[in-house]
Design a protein around this ligand. Structure first.
Ligand code: CU
Length: 136
């Protein structure tokens, strides 16, 4: 029983949802829901201003920590409001496991979620990463 509890705690500690937010401004990271890829987002600029366009660089890593050559799609919504962005971002591969999405814009302050999907030759994975847009 004690061993089972320890295992459950370990699983919770490893899941992307329970991962604490990265302490570096403009960086979001976590493990996908399937546990296949690790996702790292770098916002450009690090603190997007309300109503202004920004870009996101997405880096995908496999279980060994190596860049994963996956096709990346990224979108953002406000899940509690049931709406997405008013812009349609473009996505461009800029290196192995690295994609740049441009033309994102958060038109409302509050809790946004980046939805990222990565499809590689051997694996597929998705993640939701929360971002709090300040009212400025
Ligand atoms: Cu909203």
């Amino acid at each position: 029983m004690r061993r089972l509890l320890a295992y459950a705690l370990l699983l919770a500690a490893c899941s992307g949802e329970r991962e604490p937010p990265a302490p570096i401004a403009g960086r979001l990271a976590g493990t996908g829901s399937e546990g296949r890829y690790r996702f790292e987002l770098v916002l450009d600029p690090p603190a997007p201003r309300l109503g202004e366009r920004f870009a996101v660089e997405t880096r995908i890593y496999d279980a060994s920590g190596a860049p994963a050559d996956a096709e990346v799609r990224l979108d953002a919504t406000m899940p509690e409001h049931g709406h997405g962005m008013q812009t349609v971002p473009s996505h461009e591969r800029v290196g192995i496991g690295t994609w740049r999405s441009e033309g994102l814009r958060f038109h409302m302050p509050g809790s946004w979620a980046f939805q990222i999907h990565a499809k590689g030759t051997a694996a597929e994975d998705t993640i939701d990463l929360r971002f709090e847009q300040p009212p400025r």
